[in-house]
Design a protein around this ligand. Sequence first.
Ligand code: NAD
Length: 365
Amino acid sequence: MITEVLTANQLKKEAPVFGQLSFDNHEQVVFCQDKDTGLKAIIGVHNTILGPALGGTRMYDYKTEWDALNDVLRLSRGMTYKAAITGLNLGGGKAVIIGDPKKLKTPELMTRFGKFVHTLGGKYYTAEDVGMETSDMDTVREVTPYVTGISESKGGAGNPSPVTAYGVYMGMKASTKFAYGNESLDGKRILVQGIGHVGEELVRLASEEGANVIISDINQERLEEVSAKYGVEIYRGNDLYAETADIYAPCALGATVNNETIDKLKVKVIAGAANNQLAEENIHGPLLQKKGIVYAPDFLINAGGIINVYAEIEGYGRDQIMTKTENIYETTLDILNKAKATNMTTNASALSIAEDRIAARKKEL
Ligand code: NAD
């Protein structure tokens, strides 16, 4: 295999796309450019065996185009497994737009992007992600039907974040049951890193159950606001990862579980909303297992958002959305038990279930 004979630098030069470390047999990667609007976007279609690839569009001021490519490859792969493990008939895709949304995002740029999405003829459905608003999806909807997460007033399922938070809460409770023998969060010390759309709702759910929640964010104003609203403590130390607690809930950025942080972590459970929490799943999954930290796979427990937008395609309502999201509790518990029984990492165990579902469907096609 090419990755075995070339160094990372050679890979970039000699196999810039198919040889990327994040490349994982993606079906299609589409580079989109429009000089007039300044649009530079990459759409990654990872796998469409279970259905059309669905995943949000992230607009971010990437340092390099390599970073953007890497991100779209990793994120689109994650979507494949998220949909598969959740039992949805969807494949995995994602899009990135390169640039600072505050400076570059215009209705013209979003319209042009929507037209590119449309050229894929429904192979890829887009949605909201970091740097996007529901109104941007409404703009895209004007030029293509292959978009979800549009406003409720326009027939969409609305903001997915509260549903995502509910799924994370379910996954957190299941992990707590596995680690402590009891699912209750009452009295548990929980570190919530990132109190944005999802994090705040998670803070509400956990604190209403009697958890001792500690919040951390780079946005001081939000910290004060959320602390006052739910009566939770603001983290005042300088190293959150070294804090003694029961649960760490990453709800800001990916890759926070890495060589440096695993050494310090003093929690029993990791359960949060961020995508790609393990910097490198084949290294950091086993390290967590060795340390006895229960890791709730991110792509499993943060699937509430995709369940919410899937409802738009399938046309089902709030009750079904919430029931499917509640199922995350049982699925998480099953996977944690299966991982223990087979001595696998929880991440690998979840991936293998998702892969089995895709393989079974492939046989039927
Ligand atoms: P958001 O942008 O609303 O909130 C992120 C929060 O993290 C912000 O308050 C920001 O200030 C904070 N933050 C950024 N960098 C930080 C740092 N270094 N330390 C502490 N806090 C920091 O995003 P969101 O919609 O709440 O999503 C949170 C995470 O969950 C993201 O990784 C997202 O990809 C993932 N996710 C979200 C959804 C959803 O439905 N919104 C679904 C699946 C996954």
